[in-house]
Design a protein around this ligand. Structure first.
Ligand code: SAH
Length: 243
């Protein structure tokens, strides 16, 4: 009987992976994942059996991984955290009694991008995916509105694709109703991996042409501001000694 590990490999750079994730990847016999993610960890898995397929092949991939784990040690990889829009949930939904599964976390895109921008996520924050493949667009808009009204810092995953070019603009319009024009917005493409680009702007000046599916967009709360090029959301310290 083998074991199935669901690994979050972090944002992409090999140096951003947890020690545990790296150790497990090096010791398993089979690695399963989306082709682009397999490429990101190639140097660590050259001697491994690889099972890979394209986008939208997730369920087939997970079923295969569970079957393979009946007699081998297998790693299913997701970028970022495997439990945040990753493979951990689907594996556990499909798992049968006889399967031995362990979930190993990773640095998610919002944390990675947050570190590139400064400290935008210092207060209550939430992740919203703009992908409507599995979530109804009306529900996505409702969540954006309530998160904005609740003054959450909002990280938008899957912000823009060819099939839904206007969702991001729509999301920003909703959030604008609850924020000043000076509210910071950060866009980070390929955070902490090759090809990183970062832009800092405000909700009043935001345009979406730099954003693609490799990007994440972080919108501040009502207290967020920009200082020396850093996006900061105050935690609430009174800063007595600075006065
Ligand atoms: N499990 C992943 C998220 C997968 S959803 C995680 O925890 O990060 C895919 C979306 O995540 C992308 O469309 C993009 O919005 C975001 N993303 C993932 N890695 C990223 C990175 N390195 N830089 C910027 N955005 C990233």
């Amino acid at each position: 009987m083998g074991k199935l590990y669901v690994i979050g490999i972090g944002p992409g750079g090999l140096d951003q992976m947890s020690i545990k994730a790296k150790e497990v990847l090096e010791k398993v016999q089979v690695v399963v994942g989306y082709i682009k993610y397999i490429d990101m960890v190639k140097p660590l898995i050259r001697d491994k059996e690889i099972y890979s397929n394209g986008m939208k092949g997730e369920e087939a991939r997970c079923i295969e991984a569970l079957k393979l784990s009946e007699d081998k040690d297998v790693a299913v990889i997701s970028t970022g955290d495997s439990g945040i829009y990753g493979m951990a949930g689907l594996i556990l939904e499909l798992k049968e009694n006889n399967h031995d599964v362990e979930v190993i976390p990773g640095i998610t895109a919002s944390s990675a991008a947050g570190s590139v921008l400064g400290a935008p996520l210092m207060h209550d924050n939430c992740n919203i995916s703009l992908s409507d493949l599995m979530t109804d667009y009306e529900l996505i808009k409702k969540r954006i509105k309530l998160a904005a009204e609740g003054d959450f810092i909002i990280s938008l995953y899957n912000p823009k694709s060819k099939g839904r070019p206007d969702y991001l603009k729509g999301a920003i319009e909703i959030i604008k109703e609850f924020r000043d024009d000076s509210t910071p917005i950060g866009i980070v493409k390929n955070a902490l991996r090759d090809g990183q680009e970062a832009y800092l702007t405000t909700i009043g000046e935001f345009t979406d042409e730099k954003v693609d599916m490799m990007s994440i967009v972080i919108i501040g709360n009502s207290q967020s501001y920009i200082k020396d090029g850093f996006f900061i959301t105050p935690r609430g310290y009174k800063l007595e000694q600075k006065k």
